[in-house]
Design a protein around this ligand. Structure first.
Ligand code: MCU
Length: 425
């Protein structure tokens, strides 16, 4: 009798665990604003940062739920003027996920391509959250695994090659969309990560969870990590490291930041940015957006920007302004703690593994990917490269009325107890 009751209790508890959806920190779809109208009008040139809260038609958003379609406008402008277009998921995406690797096959309009990625699981039984490490180096992979997430090692150059002229771009993305596509390779890399997430979704989440993906990368791959997180709302945690010009730093700040990689160099060294950016390398004030708004595209999802203030080329001061400006979007959406920034580091080596970042990195992974603990919510700006947001804006941050600021929580494929509430609640 007692045994029977215990069994019933276990079964009921089991059902509860299966039925309780765990709040996710990301959206269930790549782009929640895909059906939003894009305003008409021109944005006047401005040497300071455009107001992220003002629509193209000149009106200002008033509620948190307005952000979804305002974000869609920023995304449209980011594609049009900075990165090039990111096409929606192609007609066919198939692939496999194993404990050691992922394969991705894409096809559309009679063209096809394939690429693969490595998987390195942490200790435990899983299914695991995962961090895509673009180019194999970014945030400390040992620390990522120790925090409970798998590492997906992704070679972005198979999807968007470096060393090609803009007129003959190569890699899986360009096999589908053409060698003369005006999309830069950062967004091609981002598209590749999105297709990996498509395959994770199709896999049923037995090895890797599809609702708990992070992304990181250092240097040129930090530029890629930033763009990847901005352009796929399924990504719960974005961690660009020392990304430099073309990455997190505000474009408008680069010309005045001594020793920073010039915009013409970031545009010319590799086809990282879209072809359209070529008209703005000498005129960033003409851009209707800047990277603070791209940071805003990531809000209210987890973001941890890491910078190195010892190398002038990396433009850490302009990056701090982007983080401070983007943090205003997080604040307006009611999720100020979901963004962290850290440039106060002692070792000047580019892309070093840094002890200073270990705790906030692991806290971010646990909060946004594993689903435990709290976000670091820290801004540690080095005095060597401290930007001043007040010098860069004329707008003030609105108090938005409450609404659903965070993307709709998704039901995870795995069944596990629910963690603490979403960052925007
Ligand atoms: C910071 O990222 C780049 C930088 O933009 C380039 O100018 C330099 O050559 O390489 C950096 C990098 O990717 O280092 C690994």
């Amino acid at each position: 009798m007692i045994v029977k009751r215990v069994l019933i209790l276990v079964a009921v508890l089991g059902l509860c665990f299966v039925a309780v959806p765990r709040p996710a920190f990301a959206a269930p779809v790549e782009d929640e604003g895909a059906n939003c109208p894009i305003g008409q009008g021109t944005v006047a040139a401005d040497s300071r940062l455009p107001d992220p809260f003002t629509r193209i038609d000149g009106t200002r958003i008033t509620s948190r739920s307005d952000w979804r379609c305002r974000r869609a406008e920023i995304k449209d402008q980011a594609e049009r003027y900075v990165y090039g277009e990111k096409p929606a998921r192609p007609a066919s995406v198939t692939g496999t996920v194993s404990r050691t690797g992922i394969t991705v096959n894409v096809a559309e309009g009679g063209r096809s391509a394939s690429f693969s990625a490595g998987v390195d699981l942490p200790a435990g039984t899983g299914p695991f959250p995962a961090v895509v490490v673009i180019g194999g180096f970014g945030a400390d992979t040992a620390a990522i695994k120790a925090a409970g997430a798998a590492v997906i090692t992704y070679d972005p150059l198979a999807v968007g090659r470096e060393g090609t002229p803009r007129t003959n771009k190569q890699g899986a993305f360009y096999s589908l969309y053409g060698a003369s596509s005006s999309t830069g390779i950062l967004l091609a890399w981002a598209w590749g990560v999105s297709r990996i997430i498509d395959v994770l979704e199709q896999s049923g989440g037995t090895v890797l969870r599809a609702d708990a993906t992070g992304v990181t990368g250092c240097s040129r791959y930090g530029k890629g990590a930033f763009v990847t997180g901005a352009f796929d709302q399924r990504i719960a945690l974005t961690m660009p490291v020392e990304s430099g010009s073309g990455g997190t730093p505000i474009f408008r700040g680069i010309p005045g930041e001594n020793g920073a990689q010039p915009l013409s160099s970031a545009y010319g060294e590799q086809p990282w940015l879209g072809d359209a950016f070529g008209s703005y390398t000498g005129n960033p004030a003409g851009l209707p957006i800047d990277t603070h708004s791209v940071v805003g595209m990531i809000a209210p999802r987890g973001l941890f920007i890491m910078d190195n203030p010892h190398i002038a080329w990396l433009a850490a001061r302009s990056s701090s302004v982007a983080a401070l400006g983007g943090a205003e979007v997080y604040r307006a959406l009611g999720a100020p703690e979901a963004i962290s920034y850290w440039s106060d580091v002692s070792d000047g080596t580019h892309c070093a593994t840094r002890s200073e970042w270990r705790a906030p990195l692991q806290q971010s992974i646990q909060r946004f990917l594993v689903g435990t603990g709290s976000a670091p919510g820290v801004f540690r700006i080095s005095s060597r490269a401290a930007g001043n947001l007040a010098e860069w804006r004329t707008w003030q941050t609105p108090t938005l009325t409450a609404g659903t600021s965070s993307p709709t929580p998704s039901v995870p494929p795995s069944a596990s107890p629910s963690p603490s509430p979403s960052p925007s609640s």
